[in-house]
Structures are given as C-alpha cells and as structure tokens.
Design a protein around this ligand. Structure first.
Ligand code: HEC
Length: 102
C-alpha cells in the first residue's frame, strides 16, 4: 500500500514537471524577427499573473484576443500600457492567423 502511494506521488510529480516544460512558445519557429520581439514583450507582460500555457492553449481568434487583452490590461496589477497592447496584439494575431490556415 505504501509503495503504491509513493508510486502515485512520483508519477504525479513527473506529470506536473513534464506538462510545465512542454508548453510551446508563443510563436512558430518560422516567425519573422519583429514577431519574435513582439512575442518577447507579450511573454514578459502576460506572465506576471499566470503561466504562458493559458495564452498558448487559449486558441482565440483576433477579435477574442482583443477583448481578452483589454480585460487583462485593465486589471489593477497589470502594468500594461495601451502601446503595449498594440505590440501584444501583433504577436497574438500572428498566431491566430497561423491557426486559421491549419
Ligand atoms: C494583472 C494580472 C494579469 C495579467 C498581467 C494578465 N492576465 Fe490573463 N488572466 C488573469 C486573470 C485573473 C485571469 C482569469 C480571469 C479572467 O479570465 O479574466 C486571466 C485569464 C486569462 C486567459 C483565459 C481567459 C480567456 O479570456 O481566454 C487568457 C487567455 C489570458 N489571461 C491571457 C493573457 C494575456 C494575453 C495577457 C497579456 C496581455 C495576460 N493574460 C495578462 C490575470 C492577468
């Protein structure tokens, strides 16, 4: 019984560690440099309150991203400016466009 519990704990720990590391980046490797830069800003600004996985797996279209980014920006702790929003939208729109053609 004890061994079983231990095995379960180890399996859970491995699963948690693995699922953190496997979150893909915000942009495909084929993305041009300006998109990679916009995504670096996005990563910095948008992971202050939660992990990148929320963004990567959200699968929003451009209109949904606009609403989400605006909601995030207006959270009191966000430290995001309107100018940041434009840069962030360039990153997120690029990914949204990619997912449409998939
Ligand atoms: C100030 C803290 C904070 C920052 C900064 C922040 N978020 Fe969030 N985010 C939250 C909270 C709290 C929730 C859950 C409540 C909600 O959905 O509004 C959330 C939920 C989400 C969700 C899931 C809900 C949905 O609409 O799909 C996505 C996607 C998301 N955030 C993306 C982003 C992006 C992109 C950025 C950067 C522009 C960002 N977040 C920055 C706090 C933050």
């Amino acid at each position: 019984m004890r061994a079983l519990v231990l095995t379960a704990v180890i399996a859970l720990a491995l699963f948690a560690a693995g699922s953190c590391q496997d979150v893909p980046p915000l942009y495909p490797s084929s993305a041009p440099d300006d998109i990679k830069q916009a995504c670096a800003v996005t990563e910095r600004k948008c992971t202050a309150c939660h992990e990148r996985d929320r963004i990567v797996y959200a699968n929003h279209n451009v209109r949904e991203w606009q609403a989400t980014v605006e909601r995030m920006r207006t959270y009191p702790a966000s430290a995001m400016t309107a100018a940041d929003t434009q840069v962030i939208m360039r990153c997120l729109s690029y990914n949204a466009d990619q997912s449409v053609s998939r």
